[in-house]
Design a protein around this ligand. Sequence first.
Ligand code: ADP
Ligand code: ADP
Length: 230
Amino acid sequence: GAIITTKDVHLSYGSHEALHGISLDFKENELTALLGPSGCGKSTFLRCLNRMNDDIPNIKITGNIRFEGKNIYSPKMDLVWLRKEVGMVFQQPAPFPFSVYKNIAYGLQLEGIRDKELIDQRVEESLKQAAIWNEVKDDLNRNAQDFSGGQQQRICIARALAVHPKVVLLDEPTSALDPISSSEVEETLANLKHEFTFIMVTHNLQQASRISDKTAFLMNGNLIEYGPTE
Ligand code: ADP
Ligand code: ADP
């Protein structure tokens, strides 16, 4: 079934309407690529799905967006909970400027997990899922920002996965990386895609066709086409 549903989403930045009524559902355990030319509203739409754009001045969002049936724009919505369930990975790898271990443990501690053994276990599990464990296991105390761009991005993916989200939003996760790092991150996502629900913004048609199950094509703030990627 659908884990996120969106219906007639309009979004304006001041007087500029960037989304003109998008209705699109995301199925569980699929990777959906949001594809389209620069400026068409991909990133704007993605950020609506966990309310990452709430604090932009003069932003106006109407329509209906539900996660597991709950209206995420309801005043009752717990944003800390929502952003744990619907995590995010950005274009620029941005690990916190402290150790690899602490990058992952931090989110777990925010969730109230205090058990050191459980934290250790989640750190290892998530770094393995993100296919970075072998490269960092002897350097868990090293500053995460000392690693290469591709390694940093896989650390960020591990950080997102460690809190056991249901959905991970990815905003151009490989476009700041060199080609080799980019294919490593792509392969990591491809291997995980049926354990999580991924929604990935990309402007790269080849990338979408290599790893996504579904593709949504946006143009000028409208959804033009949606269906199985092939
Ligand atoms: P894409 O991700 O497809 O490149 P964006 O969602 O970033 O597109 O942008 C869609 C449109 O909204 C563009 O016209 C862009 O200039 C505009 N836009 C994006 N973010 C903001 C913002 N914070 N304030 C005003 N306009 C914005
Ligand atoms: P619920 O009954 O599930 O608490 P409602 O549908 O009554 O939620 O919506 C609660 C509030 O959130 C209303 O003020 C509504 O206008 C606003 N709202 C609903 N969906 C959106 C959305 N996608 N963007 C912005 N505001 C929204």
